[in-house]
Design a protein around this ligand. Structure first.
Ligand SMILES: Nc1ncnc2c1ncn2[C@@H]1O[C@H](COP(=O)(O)OP(=O)(O)O)[C@@H](O)[C@H]1O
Ligand SMILES: [Mg+2]
Length: 233
């Protein structure tokens, strides 16, 4: 794509219409385990773009400041250019994934409170977990920025749980990225089955990237199901 300024694992970032915007194009590439596992899944770009756009519009309608300005086409969005905070926020409602492995808690175990945790966004370091005092100590975010990110993440969790429940989906956990823009902390990047764990309410069937990570098959059928259900809420 012309004017490409960064090609990531799942999206391409290009210059926007002016200095304050960027164009992000979703790719069909799927990656897991810090890029060790890779595949092309034709149609994933469109599915993730559509799902993320529905979610970002919904969050914006409910008072969350997001980077989304305009949907350009099926795989491309115009966004506010932000200075990404190099900390990923992970919100967990139910034990799964690395949390289950690290602490020996079976996947699917209900948690007595919502868990908010953080990783440094660094492929080089393998996205290591980091705590609040470490984040501010090394200057990845200012204390007030971190507080804002946590508050926004909790609000986003409440909003997303309410949305997914209507779609017959349990929101197990998800990852968020925030950025600095116009003196504010805004929600950036994407929210899709690549960045969330989503289980069918009735059967606990996985409808997210774990189908790819764990070779469960029918990855895109699951993503399509998530989109279909969100379109009908
Ligand atoms: N609004 C934004 N402004 C600037 N950068 C953004 C914005 N939204 C997302 N990004 C960044 O664009 C990149 C998107 O491409 P992606 O394939 O997800 O990359 P990565 O391999 O780094 O995860 C990410 O590095 C993400 O942090
Ligand atoms: Mg990414």
């Amino acid at each position: 794509m012309s004017g490409s300024i960064y090609e990531g694992k799942s999206k391409i970032v290009c210059k926007g219409k002016d200095e304050s915007t960027l164009i992000i194009r979703y790719k069909d590439s799927a990656t897991a385990f810090n890029g060790e596992k890779k595949a092309e899944l034709p149609g994933k770009a469109q599915l993730n773009a559509s799902i993320s756009n529905i979610i970002f519009s919904y969050l914006a309608q409910h008072g969350i400041e997001t980077h989304l300005i305009e949907v350009i086409d099926e795989t491309t969005v115009l966004v506010k250019k932000a200075e990404i905070v190099m900390v990923e926020v992970i919100v967990r409602n139910i034990a799964a994934g690395s949390f289950s492995k690290k602490y020996g808690i079976p996947e699917g175990t209900a948690l007595k409170n919502i868990v908010v945790e953080f990783c440094i966004k660094s492929d080089e370091l393998g996205d290591p977990m980091i705590n609040e005092s470490q984040i501010t100590a090394i200057g990845l975010a200012q204390p007030q920025e971190l507080a804002e990110m946590i508050q926004q993440s909790r609000k986003i969790n409440d909003l997303l749980c309410a949305l997914f429940v209507k779609a017959g989906i349990k929101l197990i956990d998800f990852k968020l990225e925030f950025g600095r823009s116009g003196g504010q902390i805004i929600l950036c990047d994407e929210i899709s089955p690549d960045s969330c764990r989503l289980w069918d309410m009735e059967t606990d069937k996985k409808l997210d990237k774990d189908r790819f990570r764990r070779d469960l098959g029918n990855v895109l059928d699951a993503y399509r199901e998530v989109l279909r259900r969100l379109q009908n809420v």
